[in-house]
Structures are given as C-alpha cells and as structure tokens.
Design a protein around this ligand. Structure first.
Ligand code: FES
Length: 128
C-alpha cells in the first residue's frame, strides 16, 4: 500500500470520528470511502460514466483520462442517479446533470451534484 493511500485511510477515520462527535449524524457514504478504491476505470467509458451505488458516487470521463466524481444523490429529491449517457440522469423525475461540472441542465433539479475528487492508480479509482 502506498504512503498516499495510508494517509488517505487515516484521514477518513479521523473525518468519521470528527463528524460523529460534532452532531451525531452518520457520515455520508462518500466520506467513509475516502482513501479507498470506489471503482474501476474499465467501467467508466470516455464520453460517459458509471454509477457506483456502493459508494454513492457517479464517476464520469468526459475526455480520455479526465475523471470527474460527484455525489450520486440527486439534488432534487435525493434519489440515486441511475444512468450516465451524454448526461447524468435521474429517472425519478427526469433531472439531468452535466458530465463535466455536475450542473443541473434539465430540471426539476436546480442545484449541481456535489463534486468530489478522485485519483487513478492503474485501473483503481480512489476517492481523495
Ligand atoms: S429525485 Fe432526481 S429528479 Fe427528482
């Protein structure tokens, strides 16, 4: 395991502890996955993306090697977005989000998907 990954794992544990102590709310699924592999690049096509429901993330690859990650929780009503074509789509009420920015491009959602950063190591997609 690389030093970077070890540090990321320690940071995730600290974040979980701090979050629980601050307000008693459970950490978001994305927070508990920081420093861990959340998916494989082989599942994320260029010009599209994939939903990783275990980590509640959607990862896109608008251009070759340019990976973007967003919360998979739709900002309209909280459904997990279900499909990625040339946009990220929520089938609950039809909202669509931009692959590059996560901005809502078709409502009823008006707020963007929450962005996250990821690092690629081989084919592993690691949540920073
Ligand atoms: S919950 Fe996604 S469009 Fe309504």
């Amino acid at each position: 395991m690389s030093r970077r990954r070890l540090l990321g794992t320690a940071g995730a544990a600290a974040a979980v502890t701090a979050g629980a102590a601050a307000c008693g709310e459970p950490p978001k699924p994305q927070d508990v996955r920081r420093g861990t592999v959340v998916g494989q690049t082989t599942d994320v096509p260029v010009g599209g993306g994939a939903v990783f429901s275990n980590s509640k993330l959607v990862v896109t690859q608008p251009e070759e090697g340019d990976y973007r990650a967003f919360s998979a929780a739709c900002t309209h009503g909280g459904c997990t977005v279900q499909e990625v074509t040339e946009v990220i789509g929520c089938l609950c009420h039809g909202s669509q989000f931009d692959l590059v920015t996560g901005e809502a491009v078709v409502g009823p959602a008006t707020e963007p998907l929450e962005p996250f950063t990821v690092t690629v190591d081989g084919t592993d997609i690691i949540l920073d």
